[in-house]
Design a protein. Structure first.
Ligand code: HEM
Length: 512
């Protein structure tokens, strides 16, 4: 008995000793070999663990650091995490020295369980191959016309849902509705399948969306949880939940591939395929050794993550900005009326959306400027980066060691005076217009869509969807915040979610 008790006590004493040793080793690893004192390297502002302390306001904390020095470092056990808001450095890592900066092992290890070997995670030949097939698909007029059609149909569904909800006095979560809308759109355009998440008729669709959202939040959590690899090994806590969610996602996606394969077998004119997955399935027939079930699963998941949250988050921040700036909301409504003409008074949503054609979208300069201004201040991907494959020197003179990650802070870049002037923090769509015509900016300064050879493939697709949805919504409703005093902030994830959603009220707009 005594032996058992003393063994237990001994083991209990061992735990804190082991933890202390592990902690000291971690500190030693973090602080050694990083040339901390050398002014050749970016100034050190702490360790990566400060991100955990400031997790809920991470991007504003980073903006504060950027105001002290445009490029700085946080130390990690194996490398330095360099952060920059200098457009010259952004151009250097994303374009000029593209080959030297890749998706590094650190990011890939974190992302690969969920993203597999999809376009977001791969480098070199694997990336080139996926980029080639996908960019070909995105460039076709078939995809443009088909996507316009899908966005219009979903915009009508959205108007009808908001109409029902506008009767309720307590408001409704617009971000959740937009998420369901963009998920339905990417399923239809990407994979040719009706998910019906927006109308809520598909139980599997809802379960998939929940699993997907949880899995991406849990994957992001790995960036700040130093114990994630151990938890993954033991299959406990957040990692056990992540594994379960991924299992559900995989089952759903494999089912989808099966349906598509059957459809394709029954339907044999390859050039007529409208959706992106069909294009990849045809590639699969040409190269079955390399393009297998797992490859298709990864492609699907990467397109969902690319297409769903980014556009829905941007539309949510856009509506939030319009509630805060009613004059801007009114100017867009005026533009809808000016560009669409008398038909803007069309009271039937099905008939009204038919007027939203490609030429109409091209003439909506103020709307385009307002969406872009939203992305400047609330970039859907607020922080992104690459890993240095070799030692290098950035254009601002700071040195980088092989294995360091160089991250660009899109959120902070939208808020600094040396890029956008004294009014950087103000929401001003007019800054994008000259004589009423939208003017582009350098993609290294306005970096919301990334830049260089890996620039977002879905940029036009996203603008098309966001414009169609916002034209339909603003034609039929005036939006207000459900609670003016509730603070609105972001949730730290891969994309810039509004934390706890966006409760809105919608007042039906009468046709004039
Ligand atoms: C407001 C909407 C969007 C924003 C702000 C946005 C932004 C971005 C950013 C920052 C990246 C670079 C990510 C990285 O580091 O690898 C990216 C890549 C990508 N985006 Fe988008 N995106 C949007 C919508 C879309 C949509 C709707 C699609 C497709 C349907 C899409 C497809 C892609 C793809 C395929 C890539 C990977 C490109 C590559 O690595 O070669 N995006 N996007």
């Amino acid at each position: 008995m005594d032996i058992i008790v003393s063994t237990i006590l001994y083991s209990m004493a061992l735990v804190p000793v082991t933890l202390s040793i592990a902690f000291v080793l971690l500190l030693l690893k973090t602080f050694t070999g990083k040339s901390i004192q050398s002014s050749k390297y970016p100034p050190v502002r702490g360790t990566v663990f400060v991100q955990l302390v400031h997790f809920n306001q991470l991007y504003d904390y980073m903006t504060g650091l950027v105001r002290r020095s445009t490029t700085f470092r946080l130390l990690a056990p194996d490398q330095s995490e360099i952060f920059t808001a200098d457009p010259r450095n952004v151009e250097h890592i994303l374009k000029t020295d593209f080959e030297k900066y890749t998706k590094g092992k650190y990011d890939i290890d974190i992302m690969k369980d969920l993203f597999g070997e999809g376009i977001f995670v791969v480098n070199g030949e694997k990336w080139k191959k996926q980029r080639k097939v996908a960019s070909f698909e995105f460039a076709t007029s078939v995809l443009r016309d088909f996507s316009c059609c899908v966005f219009r149909k979903n915009a009508v569904k959205l108007v009808k849902i908001v109409e029902e909800l506008s009767a309720a006095s307590e408001g409704f979560d617009m971000q959740d509705i937009l998420m369901r809308c963009t998920l339905d759109s990417i399923f239809k355009v990407g994979f040719g399948v009706e998910l019906n998440c927006l109308e809520g008729s598909s139980k599997e669709g809802r379960a998939f969306m929940k699993a997907f959202d949880e899995a991406s939040a849990l994957t992001y959590w790995r960036y700040v949880d130093p114990t994630w690899a151990l938890k993954r090994l033991l299959n406990i806590g957040s990692e056990a939940r992540l594994r379960n969610n991924i299992k559900l996602i995989d089952n759903f996606v494999h089912q989808l591939i099966k349906i598509k394969r059957n459809q394709l077998a029954a339907w044999r004119e390859p050039n007529d395929k409208e959706d992106i997955l069909s294009r990849f399935l045809l590639e699969c027939e040409k190269d079955p050794m390399n393009i297998n079930e797992k490859y298709l699963r990864d492609i699907i998941l990467n397109f969902i993550i690319a297409g769903k949250d980014t556009s829905a988050n941007t539309l949510s921040w856009f509506l939030y900005m319009l509630c805060k700036h009613p004059l801007v909301q009114q100017k867009i409504v005026d533009e809808i009326r000016d560009v669409i003409g008398d038909q803007a008074s069309e009271a039937n949503p099905d008939e009204f959306v038919e007027r939203i054609t490609d030429p109409v979208l091209h003439r909506m300069h103020y709307l385009h400027a307002t969406l872009t201004e939203t992305l400047r201040l609330y970039p859907a991907v607020p922080l992104d980066g690459r890993c240095a494959e070799i030692d290098d020197v950035l254009p601002d003179g700071f040195h980088v060691k092989r294995g360091d990650n160089v991250n660009y802070l899109a959120y902070s870049m939208g808020r600094v005076h040396n890029i956008w002037g004294e009014d950087a923090e103000d929401f001003k769509p007019e800054r994008w217009l000259k004589d009423g015509i939208f003017q582009n900016e350098s993609p290294f300064k306005f970096v919301a869509f990334h830049a260089g050879p890996r620039i977002c493939l879905g940029k036009d697709f996203a603008y098309r969807q966001m414009k169609i949805v916002s034209i339909a919504l603003l034609r039929f409703f005036r939006f207000r915040l459900a609670n003016e005093t509730r603070p609105v902030t972001y949730k730290v994830m891969f994309t810039l979610h509004i934390n706890n959603g966006l409760p809105l009220r919608a007042v039906p707009r009468l046709a004039k």
